[in-house]
Each structure stands twice: as structure tokens, then as C-alpha cells.
Design a protein around this ligand. Structure first.
Ligand code: AMP
Ligand code: ZN
Length: 492
């Protein structure tokens, strides 16, 4: 029996704007697609927040016993400046500015993305497809939409006919935009655009002479529209209708709205059962964004090299800070907020590390069954990580009571308490016990101080003190070695 069979998960669906019972299309299996990064610059902490929300969701779905296929793409072509249909490709622009190949840009920032996520203990997705690896699939979808009469070709570019689509379907259902009103307000085009209506969007763009990222197609040498890649990759790996589609709130419009329209035009079915959107990370009262310069990089947080911070913070502290807010709430980034999270994280991990030294008793004086139910209830309620974390602090109180022998648990209950806490701290929240590294840093620091004191003693010809320091360290298994470069130590 899998855990999901006794736990009804509820998910807030951005499409219905309500919490719904989660029932996967195929019992026991979940298909989840999350829009990945556009790899033209380093991921900032805002991007990381969205990806972390889905890492948490992936981890919990797996813990419940679902077999999850998690697809998160890499956008390596087609995403133009300002998310619009005109303007330069973000990756090509970076390549031009840096005088390197677009694929060097892609490689550099894909590696950065992976390194950041690995440091923060993310689970890799099951499939990480790229837009440029799926041009053939995208061309096929454009052909099919043209054949259905819902797209038109102008000067080698292909546009989706939103007005025609909206006659049969509801364009704007996800973002709540009233397309009729928008059409009335902006009926006339400025004459510059090839589109019939400003609401139409590009499925394929003809590349001008400067545009180096280009592929052949029946309409022109060009490149696919940004929205199209996600339709191609999600349906290829997860089927024409799949369970969960995620991304940041800012992708609802136009990106996800266009994905829905393309998929419905292509296959005639609703592509996604549950649309999930993570809320924004805010810095200085504004959305964290690369384009405005209002951002902080994860590596700056780890090293402390940012004017907002006096020092560095560990990857798990940053993870804990983000997970202390529910994924659908706005999260404000501040230095004091991060410091408070660090205290909480250290307190939690210290208590967690002592759980093995608790001795069992002959009766239960704490209600562990109820506590466990509340942990699950928090996560079953649309992945409510802050409520889960409050329960974990309840567990910290229990651990201290048990260590002080003010409470007792039988061996069986203690085992259940230990394994449940381990599951939620390590597997679901993905926190790591970083204190081991910290302990070795502390040890090196202390030994370095003793080496300095010994050197001073030797300078003063105080051989008795210098030998005492060396011998007593040796009895603790710390071997000092004097060499040309100074004194080093090794642990026996
Ligand atoms: P991009 O690389 O721009 O396509 O963005 C990658 C992901 O980060 C998308 O899901 C965005 O919605 C998300 N994102 C961008 N800025 C923020 C922010 N300030 N807070 C949270 N998520 C963000
Ligand atoms: Zn996408």
C-alpha cells in the first residue's frame, strides 16, 4: 500500500482558481512539466525560488509513492527580449555582446544552473529536454495548427490567430484576461507588425540576416516561438493531457495562456489537469529580475559577496529560508530574514542530530501519531511547507523534553518519530546536515591557533610548552608535522 492511498493531496489549480483533490490521470503515476530557465545569464534567487517550489512538490509526490516523470526544459532558443514577438533572441544577443557562439552562452549558463541547484540539494528532473533539440517536433505542431486554420503565414513567419481561436475556445481562461475587451481597445495596429491582431503570437519567426540561430522550415529559415517549445516538449514526453504544469506566476500570461491555446488547437484537448504557479521573490519592494538589475545571485549568498549581506549563508539555510514561505505567497528577501532562518535551521538540525541519543521508555507521554498526521496534513494541503516547518519545531520541543527525561516514548513510537522526522527534514524539505563540515572548519581553526601558540613558545625557547602542545594534540590524534613551509597537521 502506497502512502498516497491514505493521504488525499489537494492542489491549488490556477485554472479553476480553487483547491482541488489531486487525482492523476493514470493511477499511481504523475506527469509534471515545469518551464526551465532561459540560459542567457546566471540564475538569480528568484528563479531558484520557483524551481525550489517544484523540487519540494516533486519530492513530496515521490514520498507519497507516486511514480513521477518530471520534465523541466532548458530554453536555449526562441525567447526574445521582453517576452515579445519582436526583438533580439536573448541568447543570440548575449553571444553577440560577448563575441562567442550562442551555444557557448547556453553551455556556460546551463552549467551554472546545474551547479547552483546541486549545491542546494535539488533532485534532478527525469528528463531535461532543450528547445533546440526539438525543432522537428515544433515544426510539426505549426503545420498541424495551420492545417486546422488557426494560424496564418506572413512573409515566412507563422502567427497563431487568437481571434479565430477565441470564437470556439476561451483564450484568457488562465490569466483571466478578457480578450474581447483587449481587441476593442487595440483594434488598429501601428502598421509595423505583420500580425492581423496584436493579440496574435508567433509560432515561427523568419530569421533576418543578423539572426544566427536558425533552422529550415516550410515557411522560412527561422526559429520557433518561445511558447511553442513547451507545448512540443511537454506533450512529447507526457502525452497530450498530463497532470501538472508549473512555472512562476509571471509565466501565466502570455506564456502559459499561449501554451493552452496551441495545445487545444493542435490536439483539441485541454493539455493540463493542474496548473501550478509559484509566487515571486521580492527584493527592495520589487520583483527580483535580471532585466532591472534588482537581483541577488545564489553564489553571492553562499560567499557573502553582496552589499546586502555582511557574510555568507549556507545552501541549506537559503533553502530553509525559501521553504519557510508557502510557494503561493510573495516572499520578501531581506538580510535579517535570512539570519532569522539560519537560527531556526541550526536549532532544527541540532535537535535532529540528537534524536539517536534518546532512550526509549515504557510508555508514550507524547502524541506522536497526531503530530505525524499534522505533518502530512500540512503537505497534503497544497504543499504547505511553513505549516510543516512549524510542526518540525514542535518536534524540536519533543526532542528536548525526551532528552531531559520529562517525556517518554516506547521503542516503537520512538522509531516512528525518528523515521517521520527524517523523512520530512531530509527527503521532503531536502535539508542537509551541514554541521559536520562546520565542525571540521572549527577543528582546523582551533588547531591553527594552537600551532601559532606553539610557534610563539618556540620563538621564546619555551621548549617545555611547545612539546606539551605537540604531545597533547598527538594524544587526541592530531599529528603536527614541521616542514619548510611551516607546521601542518593531520588527523590519525
Ligand atoms: P526565465 O529564465 O526568465 O524563463 O525564468 C525561469 C523561472 O523563474 C520562471 O518560472 C519564472 O517565472 C521564474 N522567476 C523569474 N523571476 C522570479 C522571481 N522574482 N521570483 C520567483 N520566480 C521568478
Ligand atoms: Zn514554458
Amino acid at each position: 500500500m502506497e502512502i498516497y492511498q491514505t493521504n488525499q493531496l489537494r492542489i491549488y489549480n490556477s485554472l479553476s482558481k480553487s483547491k482541488e483533490d489531486f487525482t492523476p490521470i493514470v493511477p499511481g503515476k504523475v506527469g509534471m512539466y515545469v518551464c526551465g530557465p532561459t540560459v542567457y545569464s546566471n540564475v538569480h534567487l528568484g528563479n531558484v525560488r520557483t524551481f525550489l517550489s517544484f523540487d519540494l512538490i516533486y519530492r513530496y509526490l515521490k514520498h507519497l509513492g507516486y511514480k513521477v516523470r518530471y520534465v523541466r526544459n532548458i530554453t536555449d532558443a526562441g525567447h526574445l527580449e521582453n517576452d515579445a514577438d519582436e526583438g533580439e533572441d536573448r541568447i543570440a544577443k548575449k553571444a553577440r555582446l560577448e563575441e562567442i557562439e550562442p551555444m557557448e552562452v547556453v553551455q556556460r549558463y546551463t552549467v551554472d544552473f546545474h551547479q547552483v541547484l546541486q549545491r542546494m540539494n535539488f533532485l534532478p528532473p527525469s528528463i531535461e529536454p532543450t528547445a533546440t533539440g526539438h525543432i522537428v517536433e515544433q515544426v510539426e505542431i505549426v503545420k498541424a495548427i495551420i492545417a486546422k486554420g488557426l494560424a496564418y503565414v506572413v512573409n515566412g513567419s507563422v502567427y497563431f490567430d487568437v481571434i479565430k481561436y477565441n470564437k470556439e475556445e476561451a483564450y484568457g481562461e488562465l490569466s483571466g484576461r478578457d480578450i474581447e475587451a483587449a481587441v476593442h481597445q487595440t483594434r488598429s495596429l501601428d502598421g509595423q507588425s505583420e500580425k492581423k491582431n496584436p493579440q496574435d503570437f508567433a509560432l515561427w519567426k523568419k530569421a533576418d540576416d543578423r539572426h544566427i540561430m536558425r533552422w529550415p522550415s516550410p515557411w522560412s529559415d527561422g526559429f520557433p516561438g518561445w511558447h511553442l517549445e513547451c507545448t512540443a516538449m511537454s506533450t512529447k514526453y507526457l502525452g497530450e493531457t498530463f497532470d501538472i504544469h508549473g512555472g512562476g506566476m509571471d509565466l501565466k500570461f502570455p506564456h502559459h495562456e499561449c501554451e493552452i491555446a496551441q495545445s487545444k488547437a493542435y490536439k483539441g484537448v485541454e493539455p493540463v489537469r493542474y496548473w501550478m504557479h509559484a509566487n515571486m521573490l521580492i527584493l527592495n519592494g520589487q520583483k527580483m529580475a535580471k532585466s532591472t538589475g534588482n537581483y541577488i545571485l545564489p553564489n553571492e549568498l553562499f560567499s557573502g559577496e553582496n552589499q546586502l549581506l555582511g557574510r555568507g549563508f549556507s545552501p541549506s539555510t537559503v533553502r530553509f529560508f525559501i521553504l519557510q514561505a508557502h510557494y503561493r505567497s510573495v516572499l520578501d528577501f531581506t538580510g535579517p530574514g535570512l539570519e532569522a532562518s539560519e537560527k531556526g535551521y541550526v536549532k532544527l538540525m541540532e535537535a535532529f542530530s540528537k534524536i539517536d541519543s534518546i532512550a526509549s521508555g515504557d510508555k508514550d507521554t507524547l502524541d506522536i501519531k497526531r503530530w505525524k498526521q499534522q505533518c502530512y496534513a500540512a503537505m497534503n494541503d497544497d504543499f504547505n511547507s511553513p505549516v510543516l516547518i512549524a510542526q518540525l519545531f514542535e518536534a524540536v520541543k519533543y526532542i528536548n523534553l525526551l532528552l531531559d527525561q520529562q517525556a517518554t516514548l516506547t521503542a516503537a513510537t520512538l522509531a516512528d518519530f525518528t523515521s517521520t522526522l527524517t523523512v520530512f527534514v531530509l527527503d521532503v524539505l531536502g535539508l542537509q546536515d551541514e554541521r559536520k563540515d562546520k565542525r571540521s572548519d572549527t577543528l582546523s581553526g582551533v588547531v591553527d591557533i594552537l600551532i601559532d601558540l606553539r610557534n610563539e613558545a618556540r620563538d621564546n625557547k619555551d621548549w617545555a610548552l611547545s612539546d606539551k602542545i605537540r604531545d597533547q594534540l598527538a594524544t587526541l590524534g592530531v599529528q603536527l608535522k614541521d616542514g619548510k613551509e611551516g607546521t601542518t597537521f593531520s588527523l590519525q
